[in-house]
Design a protein around this ligand. Structure first.
Ligand code: SF4
Length: 246
């Protein structure tokens, strides 16, 4: 590990500690931390539904899908139009329905309509299998590994990417896939799940895409952009830039 990576690792550790201190007593985050985990195939379908929409819309679509088809075998037997109708709330219904059906057909073709058998695989092998499925990229696969298997993967969504760029642990225009690789290499595995969720929480509440609240941010003393945005007299101004779509 070179010096710059050591510094990034130290900064990530400091970020994890500061966010833990900031939110340790917050009930909403506690609920989130205890709620986000489950059967790996459930996590995969939920992550596929969450592509290009909010977590809330994905959750509603997932609940409607499970209410209509309580077993994945029933989803497999359903028509694409029936699946599309059930998941419409998440948007891109036709595309997502087609991919969900393709994934289930592939798994059924292997003889098991589930992903539990991946548990014994090394993380790299499990990642390779998952990203080989239709419509499954590194972020979706990392969600399955982290929340379905408890592997220290690090999905990088738009909030995580924005924070990493502003904090100075990623380049200002660095792509989400590269950021994910770095975080998976440098974040303490024991901290991955909590840090992932607290970064998202912080990105929604404080370090928003527009008008981040640097003046009340628990990361202000660590953050590259937050320090840049403080004037010489300590006056905080809104940071700009550092944003690109993931
Ligand atoms: S100091 Fe500002 S830019 Fe940095 S993490 Fe906090 S809110 Fe975001």
């Amino acid at each position: 590990m070179n010096r710059s990576e050591e510094e990034t690792r130290a900064r990530l550790g400091a970020v994890a500690q500061a966010l833990h201190r900031a939110y340790v007593h917050e009930q909403a985050l506690g609920t989130l931390l205890s709620a986000v985990e489950g059967d790996p195939l459930d996590m995969l379908i939920l992550a596929m539904l969450s592509q290009a929409t909010s977590d809330r819309h994905a959750q509603v679509a997932f609940s409607r899908l499970r209410a209509r088809f309580p077993a994945w075998a029933q989803v497999l037997d359903a028509s694409t139009e029936q699946i599309q109708d059930a998941i419409a709330f998440a948007g891109l219904g036709a595309q997502k329905a087609r991919r969900i059906k393709e994934v289930l057909e592939l798994l059924a073709g292997r003889g098991v309509l589930g992903l539990g058998w991946l548990r014994g695989y090394a993380r790299g092998e499990a990642m390779a299998f998952l990203t080989g499925l239709p419509g499954v990229g590194p972020k979706t696969a990392a969600c399955v590994l982290l929340f379905g298997f408890g592997h220290p993967a690090f999905p990088v969504d738009t909030h995580v990417a924005r924070l990493c760029r502003r904090l100075g642990v990623a380049g200002p225009r660095e792509r989400a896939g590269r950021i994910q690789e770095r975080l998976e290499r440098l974040v303490d595995p024991a901290q991955a799940r909590r840090l992932h969720l607290t970064l998202i929480h912080h990105g929604r509440r404080v370090c928003r895409a527009r008008r981040p609240a640097c003046a009340r941010c628990a990361l202000a003393s660590i953050c590259a952009m937050g320090q840049e945005s403080s004037g010489p007299a300590g006056k905080t101004t809104a940071p700009s830039g550092g944003e690109r779509p993931t």
